[in-house]
Each structure stands twice: as structure tokens, then as C-alpha cells.
Design a protein around this ligand. Structure first.
Ligand code: GDP
Length: 521
């Protein structure tokens, strides 16, 4: 399933499974996707040409019922991997294509592991059975060793012998997909809510501007809806299906090509429908800024530290300049004292060239740029155009909320082995728009999630005028409308109560974050 839907049980209707085709190169993924599209695409007009829009839906009959299946039409697991890396689940089922003459190959195993890691059931298409040297029994034996035991051997994986070339047994494959979905998944969605989903692929079309194929995961997407897709926004001007025909709406699991976006979003990014164009633009701008900052931060960290280490190796610069900014003077002093105690030997020197209390300003960034310094922000955030300037100048800003973590990292950098174990990642931000005083639960913040997602179990901080006024807080409650929510996404309103912190004001930003362990090696 794709997550929570709004509404009651009775609002949920069955939706088609979304399928990715994976397997070793040359085993017939593309050919199979083509064959399935040509033979079964829904409502195909006689002789009509289908369009490659990145995904398509086919119709089939199982036990006398009309059933549909959505195929992601980008063979290989690149798209799948890209989407997983973004934390979005693109498919319900994986079809693992294995050529019956070649048998299990390295990428077969890789694909299988990807699907397993994603918790996605696998249907095996044993392809090329038209070939004289095809040995489907061998394939079954090989895959059994990887835990995919065919039903006919008492296991619970469905294997179907097919030929994409001769279009043999394609119906059986479709049936196996439907049966697997029915047996192990509860695929239902609420078509009445605002649409949400994923971008499958997108490009810039000369005549039509940015076009994006989206997969609707919840709700129904309609022409005229205001949407945000990745960092792009706009109003859905038109939607086109896999036959190149215009459609007015797309229900859950339906792919559609969307026209009317301001920019080209990336594959795997999500889209949401929001109240109006203004909101769409606001959210898109935030997303873009966040994305830019994230990219730049990665780039800067690598470059700055590599530069520093390289120059150390060459015996050039042996000085690391720092600018310290903190929320209160006590923390800046504590940081500076602790840094002074770092023993890095004689070759290297650490210099704090400036320090101060308050948000990181453009002046700080200017100075850092002029002196090759790194800015350390302790419980503070940049103000105004400081981030933009830092991006432009290639100035590294590192943020910390825990003193020893700042010390550890700087020490490690000086010793040429920077490897933080934990990295903070921002989940999202909500703006406090109203405050309700309750004698029972304390002050309830009526918020609009303006970026990312707020999770019930995340850590949060409160930011006021660019400075952190409270940090490392827990949520005492998170509600969407009247119900407790485990998470609330951008574009939605929520009510939240902070544990042990009541001093909130309208306009405050509640930022949710988590500490992620950084994988080694
Ligand atoms: P992909 O790399 O997995 O996408 O593989 P392709 O779909 O490009 O197929 C690789 C080659 O195998 C092509 O030359 C296809 O024509 C051929 N091929 C694919 N399916 C079959 C099949 O069922 N039977 C035979 N004989 N050849 C096939």
C-alpha cells in the first residue's frame, strides 16, 4: 500500500496493482513491456498507436472479473532504485524477468534483492521459452536457492513461462499478477480526496513546455487542480493518457501525462494537489530552496574538506578558520573553549576568526568567503539571503545542536578523517497560524505544513525570526482535523502540542527533524 488514505473504510475502493519489470540486461524487459502494451492496453482503438508516457494500464479478465494492472514502463531498476532512494514506494509488485536460456544472472539477483528489500512481492516471468535451448525448470531450481520457491514446488511464488517475442502466455502473466495482488496485498484507495502520487518521468517539450507523467496513488487528479510536483508547481492544464488522448481525471493507480507545470520535476519526486495556485507556488519555492541547499551542502562539504586536506598534504595551508554563531553567548563561549582544547599536534592550527550571537548573516558569509572559513551554526539558522550567498560563494555552513558533536566533527576534520556517525535530516516545517489555549493539554498550535512532512515521533524545534528558541522537543500530540495522525504532509493543516514548551507565537516555524545514522564505507 502507499500509506494512509483519508476517510472511512467505506470510502476505500479497490485499485489496480502497480508493477515494475526488473531483471538482467537482455533478458527481455523492454520486449515484454512492449508486448503487454500492444496486446492489452485499455480501450485501444483498432490500429491506434500507443504513446510511451512512462507507464500504462492494461485490462485483463480474471475469474470473470475485469481487472486492471498499471505497468511502470521504464525497464530496469533504475527508476525503482531512484524512487526508493527518495523514500517513495513506486510499485506494489515486481515482475522478475529471467531468460530461460541464460538462467539467473548477476542483475537477476540484484533485482530480486531490491524487490525483497522494498517488501514487494515478486512474480517470475521465465522469458524466451520459444528458444530451443530454453530450460525453464533450471530457472526454477536456481531461484529456489534465492528463496523464491515456485507454487508448484510448494512455495508461494508464481512462475509463468512466457515468450515476449511470440506473445505467448501474456494473459497468464497478467493473471498471476492479479492473483498475487489479491493474495498478499490490500490495494485500496480513497478516490474522493485530493490527489497525491509520484512523478514517473518528465521532460521539456518544445511545444507544450514541461510535461510530467505522474502516477496517482491516492485521490483523483483533475484538470484544473493546483499541484506541486517536486520543485515545480502549476495548474493542470490538460492530461493525456497512454493513447495520446486527453482525459479529464485520473483515479488511483492511473498514470497520466500532465501539462501546465512551471518546471520539469525529477523522476521519483512526489506530487500533491493543494488548495490554490498561491499555495502551490509557496510550497514549490520552499521545496526548491531546500533541494538547492541540500545539493549545495553535499557539494560544499566534500569540496571544502577535500580542499583542506589536499592543501594540508601539500604543506600549504595548515590553518582552519572558523566563524562561530550561537543562540546565546554561553554556547558560543563553551564551543570556543572546547575547540581551543583540541589537540591536533603542531602542524595544524585552528583559528576562530569571528564569533557572535544570533542568526547567520550575509556579513558572516562575506567574511567566511574572504578568509576561507567554515561557519559553525549552533542552534541558529541563516537569515535573509545568507544561504543563497553561501551557495554562490561556496562557503560551508555546518549546523549543530549538540556541542560535543560539533567538537567531534571539527576535530575529526582536522585529523583528516571527518566521518560523522549521525547526520541530522530535516523532515519538514510547519508554520503556526493560530494558537488555541486549552487548560487540559496546553497550547495547541494550529499549523499549516509548508514543507515536507511533520511526523508524530520526530524531534522538533521552534524557529522564530531565524533563531532557534527551543530545540529537541517532542510532540505531545499531532492531529489532523479531529484525528490523531502519525504524519501530516505539506499542504495540509494540523494541530500540534509541544511537550514541555508552551511559549509559542503565531508565525513561529516548527521544524521536524530526525537523526540518521550515516552508513560507513
Ligand atoms: P532488456 O535489456 O531486458 O530490456 O531486453 P530486451 O527486451 O531489449 O531484449 C533483448 C533481446 O532479446 C532482444 O534482441 C529481443 O528481441 C530478445 N528477446 C526478448 N524477448 C524474447 C523472447 O521471448 N524470445 C526470443 N527469442 N527473444 C527475445
Amino acid at each position: 500500500e502507499f500509506g494512509e488514505d483519508e476517510g472511512d473504510e467505506s470510502d476505500l475502493v479497490i485499485r489496480p496493482p502497480v508493477v515494475t519489470v526488473m531483471g538482467h540486461v537482455d533478458h527481455g524487459k523492454t520486449k515484454l513491456l512492449d508486448a503487454l502494451r500492444n496486446a492489452n492496453v485499455v480501450d485501444k482503438e483498432a490500429g491506434g498507436i500507443t504513446q510511451h508516457i512512462g507507464a500504462y494500464q492494461v485490462a485483463t479478465e480474471v475469474d470473470g472479473n475485469d481487472r486492471r494492472i498499471t505497468f511502470i514502463d521504464t525497464p530496469g531498476h533504475e527508476a525503482f532504485t531512484a524512487m526508493r532512494a527518495r523514500g517513495s514506494k513506486s510499485s506494489d509488485i515486481a515482475v522478475l524477468v529471467v531468460a530461460a536460456d541464460d538462467g539467473v544472472m548477476p542483475q537477476t539477483v540484484e533485482a530480486l534483492n531490491h524487490a525483497k528489500a522494498a517488501g514487494v512481492p515478486i512474480v517470475v516471468a521465465v522469458n524466451k521459452i520459444d528458444k530451443p535451448d530454453a530450460d525453464p525448470t533450471k530457472v526454477r531450481g536456481q531461484l529456489t536457492e534465492y528463496g523464491l520457491v515456485p507454487e508448484e514446488y510448494g512455495g508461494d511464488s508464481m512462475f509463468v513461462d512466457v515468450s515476449a517475442k511470440s506473445e505467448l502466455n501474456l494473459d497468464k502473466l497478467l493473471e498471476a499478477i492479479v492473483l498475487t495482488a489479491d493474495a498478499s496485498l490490500d490495494l485500496r484507495a480513497n478516490p474522493t480526496q485530493d490527489a497525491q502520487g509520484l512523478v514517473i518521468e518528465a521532460h521539456l517539450d518544445k511545444g507544450r513546455g514541461p510535461v510530467a507523467t505522474v502516477l496517482v496513488q491516492r485521490g483523483t487528479l483533475r484538470v484544473g487542480d493546483s499541484i506541486v510536483a517536486g520543485p515545480a508547481h502549476g495548474r493542470v492544464r490538460a492530461m493525456i493518457d497512454e493513447h495520446g488522448d486527453p482525459i479529464e481525471q485520473a483515479d488511483p493507480s492511473r498514470p497520466a501525462m500532465v501539462l501546465g507545470l512551471s518546471a520539469v520535476p525529477g523522476a521519483g519526486q512526489n506530487f500533491i494537489v493543494v488548495e490554490d495556485d498561491r499555495m502551490a507556488r509557496q510550497i514549490a519555492e520552499k521545496r526548491e530552496a531546500r533541494e538547492r541547499a541540500a545539493n549545495q551542502a553535499r557539494y560544499r562539504v566534500r569540496r571544502t574538506l577535500e580542499d583542506f586536506m589536499a592543501s594540508m598534504e601539500k604543506g600549504e595551508s595548515q590553518e582552519l578558520n572558523l566563524i562561530l554563531k550561537g543562540d546565546v553567548s554561553g554556547s558560543v563561549e563553551a564551543l570556543e573553549d572546547a575547540l581551543a582544547k583540541i589537540d591536533v599536534g603542531d602542524e595544524v592550527s585552528l583559528r576562530v576568526i569571528d564569533r557572535g550571537v544570533g542568526a547567520i548573516t550575509e556579513t558572516n558569509v562575506d567574511l567566511a568567503a574572504a578568509s576561507d572559513a567554515i561557519i559553525i551554526g549552533f542552534n541558529v539558522r541563516p537569515q535573509g539571503k545568507a544561504t543563497e550567498l553561501a551557495d554562490r560563494e561556496g562557503v560551508e555552513i555546518r549546523y549543530y545542536t549538540v556541542i560535543y558533536q560539533a567538537i567531534d566533527e571539527i576535530e575529526a576534520a582536522l585529523k583528516g578523517m571527518l566521518k560523522p556517525e549521525f547526520e541530522e535530516s530535516t523532515l519538514g516545517q510547519a508554520e503556526i497560524r493560530a494558537i488555541f489555549r486549552s487548560s487540559k493539554v496546553g497550547n495547541i498550535a494550529g499549523c499549516m505544513v509548508i514543507d515536507g512532512v511533520i511526523r508524530r515521533n520526530a524531534k522538533v524545534r521552534v524557529i522564530r525570526d531565524g533563531a532557534v528558541v527551543a530545540n529537541n522537543l517532542d510532540l505531545a500530540s499531532l492531529k489532523r482535523e479531529k484525528d490523531d495522525a502519525s504524519e501530516v504532509r505539506e499542504g495540509f493543516e494540523c494541530g500540534l502540542v509541544l511537550r514541555n514548551f508552551q511559549d509559542i507565537k503565531e508565525g513561529d516555524i516548527v521544524e521536524a527533524f530526525e537523526m540518521r545514522e550515516i552508513p560507513r564505507g
